[in-house]
Design a protein around this ligand. Structure first.
Ligand SMILES: Nc1ncnc2c1ncn2[C@@H]1O[C@H](COP(=O)(O)OP(=O)(O)O)[C@@H](O)[C@H]1O
Ligand SMILES: [Mg+2]
Length: 478
C-alpha cells in the first residue's frame, strides 16, 4: 500500500469510527432508556420540544406586537391563555411587581426565579415550580400609564425532554472524546508503519557507513518506503561490487608483480648468462655464438608469450574485453581449428582427428577468436606434454539435451590426480612442465575465463601416463 492511500484510509477511519460510536451510543441509550427507565427519547419527543419552544416564542412575538392598551384587556389575556393551552402552557402578567393576571398559582419567589432564568443564555430556559419543570420565555411590557412589567410564559417539560438535553450533551461529548482518541491511535499506527522501516533503514545505512556491506536491507513498510529500501539495497550491492572489484584489481596487481618477478626472472637470468657468455668470449666460435643467440632469442620469445598471456588473463579476469558472439557452424569451425594446428602437430609426429557425434545441433554461439584460442591452447598442451611415439589428439563432439560437449583427448603424459584440480589455476604448472617445456602456466586459466565468459564449463579427465581429456560444455541454441 502506498502512503497516500494509507493516509486517506486513516483519515476516513478517524471520522467514520467516532460517527459509528455515536450512532451505537444513541441506539444503546434509546434502548436502555426505553426498556429500563421507560422514558422514550425519540424523534417525536425532539419534535415536541422544538414545537413547544416555537409556540412560546410565537406567543412572545405576539405580545411585543401589541400596543400597551390591549395588554390589560381580558380578551388578550384569554387569547394568550387559549394559545398556550394547546401545549398546557401558563401565562403570568406582572405590572409594577404585582401579578395582574395568572393562569396558575405562583409565588413571588417563583416569579423571581422565572425572570432570572429568562435572563440566562442557556438554550433551554427551565424552572421547576411545584415539582413540575417548565420552559420559560419572558417579555418586558410597557403599560399605557407608562408603568412597566413582564409577561411570563411557561410550558411544561416532560421528563423525557429533560433527559433529551443531557442526552445531546453526552453524545457531543462522546463524539469529541472518540474523535480525539481515534485520532491519537491512528496517528500512532501511521507513524509506526513509517517510522519502523525508516529506523531499520537508518540502522542499515549506519552499518554501511561503518563499512559492513553485508548488512542486507530488507524491504518493508509502504510502497514508497519499500522503493527507498530497494534503492538503498541496490546502492549497497553496487558499492559492495565495486569494493570487491577494487580488491580484485589489487589482488591482480599483486599477483602480476609477484608472478613477473618469479616466472620472468628465470628466462631473464638465462638471457643475462648467455649475453655474459658472449661478452666474456666464452662463445668463441661462430657456431657457439649462434647457439647462444638462438637461446637468447627463444628465451625472449618465452618472455613475450608470458607477458601477452598475463595481459590477456588480467583483462579477461576483470571483464574488460567484450565478447563478440557469432552463430557458428560447429563442424566447420573445428575443421578450421584442426587445419590451423595440424602443421605444428605434424612436426611432432602427432595425428589429429575429428569425431563428430552431433545429431541435432549444427550451430553454436561463440566468440570465434577467443574460442579458437581455447581450442588451440588445449591442442598445444597435448603437443607439449606428449610422451608417446604415435601421438594422437582427437576432438570429439557430442550433445546432451541442453549442451554441446567438446572433448579434446590425447594419449600423452597424463596428469597426476593430485594436480588435476589445479591445472586451471593461474600460473599452475606441474613440476615436469615447469622443468622442461615453454609456457606461462596461464593457458588453461585463460581457457577457463573464456569458457566461463560463454556461460560454459571446462574440466579435465586424466589418467597418468595414458592421456588427458579436456572437456568443454557449451549451451545449445534454444
Ligand atoms: N594435455 C596435457 N597433458 C599433460 N599435462 C597437461 C596437459 N594440459 C595441461 N597440462 C598440465 O597443466 C598445466 C597447466 O597448463 P597451462 O595452463 O596450459 O600452462 P602451460 O601450458 O603454460 O604450462 C601444465 O603445466 C601441465 O602440467
Ligand atoms: Mg598451455
Amino acid at each position: 500500500m502506498d502512503i497516500k492511500k494509507r493516509l486517506i484510509i486513516f483519515n476516513t477511519i478517524t471520522v467514520v469510527v467516532p460517527f459509528i460510536i455515536v450512532c451505537l451510543t444513541i441506539f444503546i441509550f434509546m434502548f436502555v432508556s426505553s426498556k429500563v427507565f421507560s422514558t422514550n427519547i425519540s424523534y417525536d419527543n425532539f419534535k415536541k420540544l422544538a414545537a413547544t419552544k416555537f409556540e412560546l416564542i410565537n406567543a412572545v412575538k405576539d405580545v411585543s406586537k401589541l400596543n400597551p392598551e390591549s395588554i390589560e384587556t381580558a380578551g388578550f389575556q384569554e387569547y394568550l391563555y387559549q394559545k398556550l393551552s394547546a401545549i398546557n402552557g401558563e401565562v403570568i402578567i406582572i405590572k409594577n411587581n404585582s401579578i395582574i393576571f395568572a393562569s396558575k398559582d405562583i409565588t413571588k419567589i417563583d416569579i423571581e426565579r422565572c425572570l432570572d432564568e429568562a435572563k440566562t443564555n442557556s438554550i433551554k430556559k427551565a424552572v421547576k415550580i411545584d415539582n413540575i419543570s417548565y420552559m420559560v420565555e419572558t417579555s418586558s411590557l410597557n403599560f399605557k400609564d407608562s408603568s412597566t412589567g413582564n409577561i411570563i410564559l411557561l410550558a411544561p417539560l416532560e421528563k423525557s425532554m429533560d433527559i433529551f438535553e443531557k442526552f445531546i450533551i453526552t453524545i457531543v461529548a462522546i463524539f469529541f472524546a472518540s474523535f480525539v482518541a481515534i485520532n491519537i491511535f491512528m496517528s500512532y499506527l501511521f507513524s509506526k508503519r513509517i517510522l519502523k522501516p525508516i529506523s531499520l533503514l537508518k540502522k542499515a545505512t549506519a552499518e554501511i557507513s561503518r563499512g559492513d556491506l553485508s548488512f542486507e536491507i530488507v524491504e518493508s513498510g509502504d510502497r514508497e518506503i519499500k522503493e527507498l529500501c530497494a534503492d538503498f539495497e541496490g546502492m549497497r550491492i553496487q558499492l559492495k561490487d565495486s569494493i570487491r572489484m577494487k580488491m580484485k584489481y589489487d589482488d591482480n596487481r599483486k599477483m602480476l608483480v609477484s608472478s613477473i618477478s618469479h616466472d620472468l626472472k628465470t628466462p631473464i637470468t638465462s638471457i643475462k648468462g648467455y649475453v655474459e657468455g658472449i661478452l666474456d668470449g666464452v662463445a668463441n666460435t661462430p657456431e657457439k655464438t649462434e647457439k647462444y643467440l638462438k637461446t637468447i632469442y627463444s628465451k625472449a620469445e618465452q618472455i613475450d608469450i608470458m607477458i601477452d598471456d598475463l595481459l590477456l588473463y588480467s583483462k579477461l579476469d576483470l571483464n574488460q574485453i567484450p565478447f563478440n558472439y557469432e552463430k557458428t557452424d560447429i563442424a566447420e569451425y573445428f575443421d578450421y581449428c584442426i587445419e590451423e594446428s595440424a602443421p605444428e602437430l605434424q612436426k611432432s609426429d602427432i595425428k589429429i582427428y575429428l569425431k563428430n557425434d552431433l545429431k541435432e545441433a549444427k550451430y553454436f554461439i561463440i566468440d570465434r577468436e577467443r574460442m579458437r584460442r581455447v581450442i588451440l591452447n588445449i591442442i598445444d598442451n597435448s603437443r607439449k606434454y606428449m610422451n608417446k611415439e604415435n601421438g594422437q589428439v582427437t576432438i570429439m563432439l557430442r550433445e546432451t539435451n541442453s549442451s554441446i560437449i567438446i572433448e579434446i583427448k590425447d594419449n600423452g603424459s597424463g596428469i597426476d590426480k593430485n594436480d588435476i584440480n589445479k591445472i586451471f589455476d593461474r600460473f599452475y604448472r606441474a613440476d615436469l612442465a615447469r622443468s622442461g617445456t615453454k609456457g606461462s602456466g596461464l593457458g588453461l586459466a585463460i581457457a577457463k575465463e573464456i569458457v566461463e565468459g560463454h556461460k560454459g564449463k571446462i574440466w579435465a579427465v586424466s589418467c597418468e601416463n595414458e592421456g588427458t581429456s579436456i572437456v568443454i560444455s557449451l549451451a545449445k541454441i534454444s
